[in-house]
Write a new protein. Structure first.
Length: 122
């Protein structure tokens, strides 16, 4: 059997990351961001403590099966009340530090999973 390496095709991938930035397809971003296979967009919460229910509504409307929430250099959990729109839309939520979220996003997007990465940078 001959094995061939496969690539996810023309999808957005995380090519580098640090405590206060992420590179999507080589382009550096240092403010809160949402990444899916098809798009990259700014996200408006200025910090983890400022997360509000209205910040999660756009994530629920993306048509993904799971959202990976990267909460900065350490894992912090938002109150379930503010993430309720995801549950109502039957979208899973996994919370982790930003670096773990980036690694997990790359794995899931390579598997052609419908995933969104939401990173909060302060």
């Amino acid at each position: 059997m001959k094995l061939h390496a496969s690539s996810p095709g023309a999808v957005n991938t995380i090519t580098a990351y640090g405590d206060d930035y992420v590179k999507v397809n080589g382009e550096r971003r240092d403010s809160s961001i949402i990444v899916t296979a098809e798009e990259v967009r700014a996200w408006h919460p200025p910090s983890f403590d400022a997360l509000a229910e209205e910040d999660f509504a756009p994530l629920a409307a993306l048509g993904v099966e799971i959202v990976l929430l990267g909460t900065g250099p350490r894992q912090r959990f938002p109150h379930p009340r503010i993430t309720a729109s995801l549950a109502r839309a039957h979208v899973g939520l996994e919370v982790m530090d930003a670096k773990a979220a980036c690694r997990t996003y790359n794995i899931l997007v390579a598997e052609a999973r419908r995933v969104a990465l939401a990173l909060v940078f302060e």
